[in-house]
Write a protein that binds this ligand. Structure first.
Ligand SMILES: [Zn+2]
Length: 161
């Protein structure tokens, strides 16, 4: 049986065990620190940010390019999108609401927000996203290793968060 596009998508996602955990994209990550998912588009291919793909799957509605998605958890490669806005890590916003959202921080903060992607330079953010992905690809969902890798500490010195 042929794999559908959404099956292929979810094969690149690792979800944390807790309800409010992030769902981490483990596919391609571009130099901006955000993921990239290639989809078939007729005979060609189209690239989409995984969080937008996940959000459209969750809502069943195409997202116009002008609509930005906000990450309540601040983890750029999180694709935890669900129809219930109270549970979703992703919501629609404008640049303005993005700023407001940052001002009223931690609405959805979970322990992963301690990774503090927010405010990082582009290159650092990309590196952090890739480090997070790589530790998950190697070890699965392992909170100590995930935090350790992102904090740049030895794996033998687990970090409190
Ligand atoms: Zn998240």
């Amino acid at each position: 049986m042929k794999t559908t596009q959404s099956e292929r998508f979810w094969s690149h996602v690792v979800t944390g065990p807790a309800a409010d955990d992030c769902w981490i994209w483990t596919g391609a990550i571009a130099d901006d620190g955000y993921g990239r998912f290639w989809t078939k588009d007729g005979d060609g291919q189209k690239v989409i940010r995984p969080q937008r793909f996940a959000y459209q799957l969750a809502t069943g509605t195409p997202l116009p390019p002008s609509v930005l998605l906000l990450h309540a958890c601040d983890v750029p490669i999180c694709v935890h999108a669900v129809a219930d806005a109270a549970e979703s890590h992703l919501s629609e916003g404008t640049h303005k609401t993005n700023m407001l959202d940052r001002a009223q921080k931690n609405r959805h903060a979970n322990r992963w927000s301690a990774w503090r992607f927010n405010g990082l330079a582009r290159q650092e953010r990309a590196q952090r996203s890739r480090d997070l992905r790589d530790v998950i690809l190697t070890h699965g969902w392992d909170p100590e290793r995930m935090s350790g890798a992102l904090a740049g500490v030895e794996e033998s010195h687990p970090r409190l968060f």
